[in-house]
Write a protein that binds this ligand. Sequence first.
Ligand code: GLC
Length: 426
Amino acid sequence: MDDKPATPADMTRQAREILVANDRGGYTVPTADLYPFQWNWDSAFVALGWATFDSDRAWQEIEKLFDAQWPSGMVPHIIFWTEASTYFPGAGVWQAGGNMAGAPDGLPFSSGISQPPVVASIVKGLAVDDPARAAKLIEPLNRWHKWWHSARDAYDLGVIAITHPWESGRDNLPDWDLGMAKVDTSRVGPYQRRDTELVDPSMRPHKEEYDRYLALVQFGAENGWDDDIIGHKNPFLMADPSITAVLLAAERDLASLMKDNDIDSSEVDVRIERLASNYDRFWNSEVGAYCAFDVRSGTHAGTATSASFLAPYAGVTDRLDTVVAMLEAWSQAAPYLVPSFDPRGERFEANRYWCGPVWAVVNYMIATGLAEQGAPEWAERIRISTRDLIITGGFAESFNPVAGSGTGGHTFSWTAAMWLAWAHAE
Ligand code: GLC
């Protein structure tokens, strides 16, 4: 499949072809080989793409995700519906889901962590076409959201912490170094990565990071993925402005779905208030931006990231002018918005995964927030950047914000979906 089609109409056709080619029956792989299973937040965004030409298939994508929901309410970040040798670490390393203690019959094997809970916001959008199908998802969504508050805010801060960089969806963001410094890798034996055989290693995380990723999986597996142990004792515990913003937006959308269905939403309203009134904990006054912080030490990461622009998406507008001013400053440093890491920062790397490249799905959320909160011209600039990047870089995993080229893997489902649902040239 040609990654760089010539006209917008060709691209729309190819975007649909990518979703169809990556369809594995009820779920869509992010891309063949590199990510050969179902990924949580990928499926949410991909449903928006399906919805532009096959509404039934869009709903299946979300419903399938909830077939993997744990009794605790957790919805895993990877679901191993089949076996595939092109991905590491697979089901045997995670030892999660499937027949683990207390699991219902038929639960698939999965990872033991979750991913940004964007689903309720996607369902809210799709509900216009099929309110009855949306209504059936309210109860599982509510259980998942509750799980975030109890299992991922064990210290009761009113913000959400991640227990593994993969849980944030922003794998090798330099912010995580703060928490990762404490992760002991002495028991991680030899292993064979598969990602660096499939993608240019200079675009992927370093080995030292991978060792720590695996040490954290080991810790979870050895503790039976027990929420209480992980919530309190996990070697890595960092509060994440991105996951907190995504959950806050999703809680607002869940409350609205409940109200539309005459369901009492007061418990969700309490949770919304909890997150909204604590979001300012992320504010790092030295940087002048919302930044992640280490839960135990309280130390903030010292650089702004694309997540610093997600407060409007969460309906948090106290510092909107400062957020927009920083976007302006970033646009002077990088022609394509929005880099995943401050393009003026020392650790910025234009081609390396979450150290700089632009991700279409993050742009979609930032732009949605800015459009809703009174900065539509910035929302449009971000849409146009995303459109131009897809035109110049193809349906890549992510994009170099300086050169405009594609980075990471190719024929990516969520990039195709973002073209179809939002960024396409009209
Ligand atoms: C990478 C990304 C993550 C995504 C996954 C599948 O791990 O960092 O956000 O969900 O790939 O596309």
